[in-house]
Design a protein around this ligand. Structure first.
Ligand code: ADP
Ligand code: ASP
Ligand code: MG
Length: 409
């Protein structure tokens, strides 16, 4: 007998048939004697639909009201699942984020969880009920509804599991685990039995949307056993775990990519102290997150400075950069939205040189031009033209032989 937190994503609750299927799955765990807390996403497409409705009314929707709207998606599925459970004789009760009292800060659309009240859920569990909680939402100290950012139901599930000290947090989705890369792009991608928190965190932050970054952070911090599994297919899925001594470490664990990057360059700025700050200060002040940064070696006392931002922030960043360019007497400003970032991740990289070289050669052999490069201890990222995304990911996947059982260090 265990306490299990299960999260079902949008595709898994995307229709009434699928909600019934989830209900039967939950019942089978109940029948084995487990206590269950189930966290749900909205039906697939619903959150996008709601965002689209909001944009039809207000071009840049009011952040507070957007959260009031978006939180309704998850409110539909939790009620429907409880009805489905009752229909097959399982006692259950649904709670929205505010009803559980998932307290968050007040950053609408990207709120962070501060604390979770445990008492109500405990009482239901003690009385033999399944708790069904809405993912992706909470309430701030002033009673405003908040949401946790796209993919936030993963984080709700992990946070509930941490609070309740659950034996396992299971993330049910439309793939049967974490793969060496997105199996939709590389059909030869291989499912990993295990992956370390560190690598999963890196993959998530570099664009693999299979788990929200904060969910992985939370699980690592509070030591929550986390597993990614399929809602539709039986199997062990992928366990996200600490690095263990003697664990056979592959050199490279996976490849992530981000489709929604954009690149901006300011040309001919003075090559002197304080310039990077004068360029990026106003960008940061506008709440735009900067990802990669490259400054060229100066020539004639001037230099070029390039950085990337999320594509949604491109227009705003370009305007700011144009006015900075005037102030600094820069030669020109240009930008490109048709770029993507591809990253190779692996803890084995720490102790091995040559990963970057293998990566660059593989891309060169396919005549894919690399526009920017950045590296850290366990990842190497490149920016390439958008049109090469699929080719580049497939090329790297096979260059590192990720389709094979283990890339030995
Ligand atoms: P859910 O709605 O269940 O939260 P998501 O769409 O958020 O599901 O995440 C699952 C998707 O993540 C998969 O369908 C897959 O296309 C994508 N994905 C990206 N990278 C990976 C990876 N390395 N392993 C598995 N899935 C991945
Ligand atoms: N429904 C939200 C989204 O689409 C949250 C989630 O599914 O995790 O982003
Ligand atoms: Mg998701």
């Amino acid at each position: 007998m265990a306490l299990i937190v299960q999260k079902y994503g949008g595709t898994s609750v995307g229709s009434i048939e699928r909600i019934m299927h989830v209900a039967r799955k939950v019942k089978s765990f109940r029948d084995q004697g487990h206590d269950l807390v189930v966290v749900l996403s909205a039906m697939s497409g619903e959150t996008n639909r709601l965002i689209d409705l909001a944009k039809q009314v207000q071009s840049s929707p009011d952040a507070r009201e957007l959260d009031v709207l978006l939180s309704t998606g998850e409110q539909q599925t939790i009620a429907l699942l409880v009805m489905a459970l009752k229909q097959i004789g399982v006692d259950a009760r649904s709670y929205t984020g505010p009803q559980v009292r998932i307290l968050t800060d007040s950053s609408f659309n990207k709120a962070r969880i501060l604390s979770i009240e445990e008492s109500r859920m405990r009482k239901d569990l003690d009385e033999g009920r399944v708790v069904v909680a809405a993912g992706f939402q909470g309430v701030d100290e002033n009673g405003n509804t908040t949401t946790l950012g796209r993919g936030g139901s993963d984080t709700t599930a992990v946070a509930l599991a941490a609070t309740l000290k659950a034996d396992e947090c299971q993330i049910y989705t439309d793939v049967d685990g974490v793969y060496t890369t997105d199996p939709r792009v590389v059909p030869e991608a291989r499912r990993l039995n295990r992956i370390t928190f560190e690598e999963m965190l890196e993959l998530a932050s570099l664009g693999s949307k299979v788990l929200q970054i904060r969910a992985v952070e939370f699980a690592g911090k509070y030591n929550v056993p986390l597993r990614v599994l399929s809602s539709f297919k039986d199997g062990e899925g992928t366990l996200i775990t600490y690095e263990e001594d003697g664990m056979e470490e592959p050199l490279i664990s996976g490849i992530a990519f981000q489709r929604d990057e954009a690149k901006l360059t300011i040309l001919g700025v003075p090559d002197e102290p304080g310039v990077a700050y004068r360029i990026l200060g106003p960008i940061g002040d506008a709440n735009i997150e900067v990802d990669m940064i490259v400054q060229n070696v100066g020539a004639d006392d001037t230099t070029d400075f390039t950085f990337t931002v999320n594509r949604n922030d491109y227009e705003k960043a370009l305007k700011i950069l144009q006015s900075t360019a005037e102030e600094l007497g820069a030669r020109d400003v240009n930008g490109d939205v048709k770029i993507v970032k591809i990253s190779v991740v692996g803890v084995g990289m720490r102790s091995h040189a040559g990963i970057a070289a293998t990566m660059f050669k593989a891309l060169a052999d396919e005549r894919i031009n690399i526009r920017m490069i950045s590296t850290s201890e366990i990842k190497t990222s490149v920016v390439v033209d958008e049109k090469y995304l699929e080719l580049a990911v497939r090329t790297l996947h096979s260059a590192f032989k990720l389709e094979q059982e283990l890339t030995q260090a």
